[in-house]
Design a protein around this ligand. Structure first.
Ligand code: GLA
Length: 380
């Protein structure tokens, strides 16, 4: 990928790039829709992402070339206006950094990625964090993981219009090879958690897609805020399952079920991290399965395709647990599997899924990877 993006840069701009920024996608093992409730999540950065070859400019112009879309776009940092398309992510990050008081230099950049889009693996956070790294390097801004992830989240919330939490940007920025990250989305404390021995992460792409700016995601977030307000707490993070039960009478059935998912999911994440630390893959897997059931029945963000995929996965005896990952409504499931039987698992699940749905699927084995990096190409 690095060679490809360097070649693309040279062809497009007839110059050499000075740096490569890389940021990974992420897969969330457990902790669905808890991040914007200031709860807990357990994602891992993956070995797929966005590579950006770039060269700082002396003016405030951005020339951005996407290899995947084969499109070049010219912008001025002095006249950023909202529009549509992949360029909204770099524009939004530039806007957010300037809102934070930084003054950016323009860049020429070529970008290429291998995170499937709309699949729940956060191609958008990868794009945002790769650009954040590039802007920081081009404009002599110190790279700090949390503030940079927050700026990218602000870009997505206020520029792109999706009210996402902090998980994706933080996982892409802070990932650590061979570890998942337990993130407390209130304090933003991060703890690397090793996966149980002989386990692997399989991402199971249903081939179905949702559009994240769909109002359904923002609606779920609004429902959580309404439930917290009725219960008299700042966020649903502040309620235990017992405290929620005691308030059941003041909530509509829908708000109660949305809240029940969040408060029970927070507990599952903490127990899953504990299971991982004690190398208990069976227990970890059971919690992943319970997460899927809660997302399907209480939070109602699953789909027939995701349910079929999760069912096929858990039906195979190399699988410890499987659940929908990302926002839901389409995209991927994630499964924790016995790494020694990965290939028989992959072919059996694909066959099972096609038999049930007539759809084609893809199985991607993911390695927990490092977060966003920067490489200086001077002298290469
Ligand atoms: C999307 C959002 C995240 C998170 C997940 C659901 O990926 O970008 O912030 O809310 O959905 O867990």
């Amino acid at each position: 990928m690095e060679h490809q993006v360097i070649d693309a840069f040279r062809k497009q701009f007839a110059e050499d790039p000075t740096h490569i920024a890389f940021a990974p996608g992420r897969v969330n093992l457990i902790g669905g829709h808890t991040d914007y409730n200031e709860g807990f999540v357990l994602p891992a950065a993956i070995d797929r992402g966005m590579w950006l070859a770039f060269r700082p400019r002396t003016d405030r112009v951005m020339r951005l070339y996407s290899v995947n879309f084969d499109r070049e776009i010219h912008l001025s940092l002095d006249y950023l206006t909202q529009g549509r398309g992949w360029q909204e992510y770099p524009k939004g990050v530039a806007w957010a950094l300037e809102e934070h008081g930084y003054r950016l230099r323009g860049i020429d950049a070529a970008v290429v990625g291998n995170v499937p889009r709309g699949a729940g693996l956060s191609s958008s956070a990868a794009l945002e964090m790769a650009f954040a790294r590039a802007f920081a390097a081009a404009s002599d801004i110190e790279w700090q993981i949390v503030p940079m992830a927050q700026a990218a989240q602000q870009a997505e919330n206020e520029w792109v219009g999706l009210n996402c939490g902090i998980m994706d940007q933080l996982a892409s920025a802070a990932g650590r090879r061979d570890y998942a990250l337990l993130i407390d989305c209130r304090t933003l404390d991060l703890e690397p958690v090793p996966l149980p021995p002989h386990t692997a992460i399989a991402v199971l792409d249903t081939g179905t897609r949702r559009s994240l700016t769909d109002s359904a995601y923002n609606n779920r977030r609004a429902a959580c805020e309404a439930a917290a307000a009725r219960c008299g707490v700042h966020t649903l993070r502040d309620l235990t399952p017992e405290q929620l039960e005691a308030r059941r009478g003041i909530l509509s059935d829908e708000l109660y079920r949305r809240a029940r998912h969040v408060v029970t999911e927070n507990e599952r994440v903490l127990r899953a991290a504990e299971a991982a630390r004690s190398s208990d893959a069976e227990r970890f897997g059971a919690l992943i399965n319970a997460s899927h059931a809660s997302l399907r029945d209480d939070y109602e963000v699953s789909s027939a395709a995701l349910n079929a995929m999760a069912g096929c996965a858990v039906g195979h005896d190399a699988c410890y647990g499987a659940r929908l990952t990302g926002a839901g409504f389409g995209g991927c499931c994630v499964a924790l599997i016995d790494s020694r039987r990965a290939s028989s698992f992959a072919s059996a699940v694909q066959m099972c899924y096609t038999n049930q749905t007539t759809l084609e699927s893809q199985v991607i084995l993911c390695l927990p990877s490092d977060g966003a990096t920067l490489k200086d190409l001077h002298g290469v």
